[in-house]
Ligand binder design. Structure first.
Ligand SMILES: [Ca+2]
Ligand SMILES: [Ca+2]
Length: 126
């Protein structure tokens, strides 16, 4: 799973708690021909109540693609869709290849932190 991949690198799936953080991340995340990038966003605990599971914070804003979320209790994991990085609720069965991980000990410096971790992911997997 995506979460296991991050934890194997002493990280967690990314939580994107602010609109500013989302915009900065979108500026550096690589486009992918695959489904997209996994985050820690989930409504697995309570259908329709989305939260960042790694940070424990409920969504304070959303960036859903049109007609998303549409999967009800079938789709409980937040994917940043391949080119646009709009949010999709998705089934968690695409594998771990495209996870965005972030360090749990460096939470403050988002811009540099994300860039570094995205580079690491890029080198490893793309
Ligand atoms: Ca759901
Ligand atoms: Ca969906």
């Amino acid at each position: 799973m995506a979460r296991d991949y991050c934890r194997a690198h002493a990280m967690e799936l990314v939580s994107i708690e602010t609109e500013e953080e989302r915009a900065k991340l979108n500026a550096v995340i690589p486009a992918t021909n695959y489904e997209g990038w996994w985050t820690s966003g989930s409504d697995e605990g309570h259908e329709g109540q989305w939260m960042w599971t790694a940070s424990g914070q409920p969504f304070s804003y959303t960036y859903w693609a049109k007609k998303q979320p549409d999967g009800g209790s079938i789709e409980n994991y937040l994917l940043l869709k391949r080119f646009t990085f709009y949010w999709h609720d998705s089934e968690g069965n695409y594998g771990h290849e495209f996870s965005i991980c972030e360090s749990t000990v460096e939470r403050s410096g988002e811009w540099r932190m994300f860039k570094k971790h995205l580079n690491e992911i890029s080198f490893n997997l793309i």
